[in-house]
Design a protein around this ligand. Structure first.
Ligand SMILES: NC(=O)c1ccc[n+]([C@@H]2O[C@H](COP(=O)([O-])OP(=O)(O)OC[C@H]3O[C@@H](n4cnc5c(N)ncnc54)[C@H](OP(=O)(O)O)[C@@H]3O)[C@@H](O)[C@H]2O)c1
Length: 257
């Protein structure tokens, strides 16, 4: 798929991997819809993109992926040039807490399950039929290395990401008789706001997650998203596990200090 003039919708585009994906696709000449929970984050990202690529065509739509009515309304009211979504990047997601499961907060579990699994399903449920009807499209789901093997305190977050991986596989099966492609990108540790969110604003604790090794950047993942979408239409990069060199799995990790 040639990216120029395609319409790309990114969830969770207000920071981290989503922001980098929005910028990378804008750089390639795509129309980009930045969606996320917080309007101010999205506006700030849009401004950064426009500053870097003055000809970029991007718009902002703030909604919570957990709210199916809000998802529907946002998609139904997209302005005409942005209405036909060619690429959906299901990126919005989070981990909350790192306690043992029997000490975890069920309210945190609900947020993770509702965002990482149900939010991804809601938006895909609305956009995929239009891709099928138009006979083209690409869905990229951002799962995680956490979905492949649990780690201490990962419990519910790992389970949600294992579900994303399984949904990616199921989507491919359900779309096999259509031209719509599905790719699952499973990043290892990427330096973003993820840990700050997980540790509820504890910046010191978050910083420690990235010490002693060279983590991925959100740009590393965005470049890969652009690469997978720009393959010819008959080529699918199905599942991609992308890790820092010093990380092989959630269990095998080399920290220099
Ligand atoms: N960082 C890593 O090491 C890593 C590794 C593997 C996978 N991942 C996955 O990568 C994805 C992006 O994470 P990130 O590292 O880029 O973290 P991030 O910087 O915290 O970005 C997460 C984004 O998701 C949005 N979001 C959260 N809840 C939402 C909701 N209910 N509705 C709409 N948007 C929502 C946030 O929007 P607001 O800012 O507006 O709240 C934020 O822009 C997540 O799915 C994460 O699980 C991250």
């Amino acid at each position: 798929m040639i990216i120029k003039n395609k319409t790309v919708l990114v969830t969770g585009a207000g920071s981290g991997i989503g922001e980098a994906c929005a910028a990378a696709f804008a750089c390639e000449g795509a129309r980009v819809i930045l969606t996320g929970k917080t309007q101010a984050h999205l506006e700030a990202c849009r401004k950064k993109i426009i500053k870097k690529y003055p000809k970029a065509r991007c718009m902002v739509s703030a909604f919570d992926v957990r709210d199916i009515a809000a998802v529907r309304k946002a998609l139904e009211t997209l302005p005409r040039p942005f209405r036909a979504v060619d690429v959906l990047i299901n990126n919005a997601g989070l981990g909350l807490g790192k306690e043992k499961f029997y000490e975890g907060d069920p309210a945190d579990w609900d947020v993770m399950i509702d965002t990482n699994i149900k939010g991804l399903l809601y938006i895909s449920r609305f956009i995929a039929p239009e891709m099928v009807a138009r006979g083209k499209g690409h869905i990229i789901n951002i799962s995680s290395i956490a979905g492949r093997r649990a780690y201490p305190g990962g419990n519910v977050y790992c389970a949600t990401k294992a579900a994303v991986r399984m949904l990616s596989s199921a989507m491919r099966i359900d779309l096999i008789d259509t031209p719509v492609r599905v790719t699952d990108i499973a990043p290892g540790k990427v330096k973003t706001d993820f840990s700050r969110v997980r540790f509820k604003g504890d910046a010191q604790r978050a910083k420690k997650e990235y010490l002693g090794f060279h983590p991925l950047s959100s740009h590393d993942i965005a470049e890969i998203a652009v690469f997978v979408v720009s393959r010819p239409d008959h080529v699918v990069l199905d599942e991609l596990l992308v890790t820092p060199r010093e990380m092989i799995s959630t269990a095998i990790f080399h920290k220099r200090r």
